[in-house]
Design a protein around this ligand. Structure first.
Ligand SMILES: Cc1cc2nc3c(=O)[nH]c(=O)nc-3n(C[C@H](O)[C@H](O)[C@H](O)COP(=O)(O)OP(=O)(O)OC[C@H]3O[C@@H](n4cnc5c(N)ncnc54)[C@H](O)[C@@H]3O)c2cc1C
Length: 289
């Protein structure tokens, strides 16, 4: 349980942190909340020679509305998402998601940037960000670039971030009126990683016809999965039980779970269907169906 030795670096600015990444390349890792990195080092699944601790860099922890977008700083803690009035009232799907992660001790440290940058298909935020159509801001030696969340998760534990880039912000479009979302998670015990998780976000018109839908799936494939067929099926349809049932089947068809200690693959597919129905029902209620 003791990690291999490493050199600890503590930059005061993003520029310094990026320069350190440039200098040390693959031998370096960013430390945010440390809630994935430190356990992996203790288990010797990660052996960085340099740890670049970005926790003292000011201005990376915020949740604000900015020009039609919700902007979340990369170092924002799960506990801050949970207690944010803006998140609770306008993005209940994110409030649901943060509340499902681990336990209060972990949530006090773990960051939303780290949750995405880790690229773990079992983490909960990726599915929610896929459902919301988020964008990730990556800052590197030549400035910042924006990556659509659909292009962010490349393969198991791999993202579109380059080795010399830091995830500095997440942008999410502010939902129009009659929008709602929800995250449902099946876990073996409270605080566990998901057996299956489903995030659903919908926008309805004033007659209850779906205008837009996004559905993301947790821990049922090698990457977080966007259930595209389900999301494309719903617009133009009334969000009633029949449409929800069909969309849920399409989401289950898009999942690619494997059998493991959390259950056999066919059970997980059945759970994707069930949780998608529940998430869409709740999302519709929150949208004012
Ligand atoms: C007991 C326990 C239970 C947990 N249960 C859950 C759960 O139910 N659901 C869930 O989603 N998660 C769970 N987690 C994982 C935890 O939520 C994640 O570790 C956390 O969200 C990752 O963020 P972090 O700030 O701790 O990242 P770190 O551990 O600091 O970093 C993780 C990885 O991302 C990289 N990284 C971090 N920040 C950045 C950045 N800004 N830019 C570029 N790269 C970066 C690091 O180099 C490292 O490779 C659990 C963890 C523990 C210890």
């Amino acid at each position: 349980m003791i990690p291999p030795s490493f050199e600890y670096l503590r930059p005061n600015t993003i520029k310094e942190a990026v320069a350190m990444l440039q200098q040390h390349g693959d031998a370096a890792k960013i430390l945010s909340g440390g809630q994935s990195l430190i356990p992996m080092m203790k288990l010797r699944l990660a052996r960085p020679e340099y740890i670049i601790d970005i926790n003292r860099i000011p201005g990376l922890e915020y949740i604000k509305e900015d020009g039609g977008y919700l902007a979340i700083g990369g170092l924002t803690r799960e506990a801050d998402l949970e207690s944010s009035e803006l998140i609770r009232t306008r993005f209940p799907i994110i409030h649901d998601t943060a509340g499902f992660i681990a336990d209060p001790q972990v949530r006090n440290m773990a960051t939303v940037g780290g949750n995405l940058a880790h690229g773990d298909p079992a983490n909960d935020h990726p599915a929610t960000m896929l459902a919301l159509g988020a964008q990730v801001v990556a800052t590197g030696p030549v400035g910042s670039r924006t990556i659509a969340i659909d292009d962010f998760f490349v393969s198991l534990f791999a993202t579109a971030l380059k080795a010399n880039e830091i995830l500095t912000e997440i942008h999410i479009p502010m939902p129009p009126p009659h929008s709602g979302g929800a995250y449902f998670k099946l876990e073996r015990k409270v605080g566990d990683f998901a057996t299956v998780g489903v995030a659903a976000q919908v926008t309805l018109d004033d007659k209850g016809i779906c205008q837009k839908a996004g559905i993301g799936l947790t821990n049922v494939g090698g990457t977080p999965i966007k259930a595209r067929r389900a999301g494309d099926f719903l617009p133009g349809k009334k969000l009633d039980d029949a449409a929800i049932k069909q969309a849920a089947q399409l989401a289950a068809d898009d999942s690619e779970p494997s059998s493991d200690l959390r259950g056999p693959a066919d059970y997980k597919k059945a759970m994707v269907k069930e949780l998608t129905q529940r998430a869409l029902q709740r999302a519709g209620e929150r949208a004012g169906k």
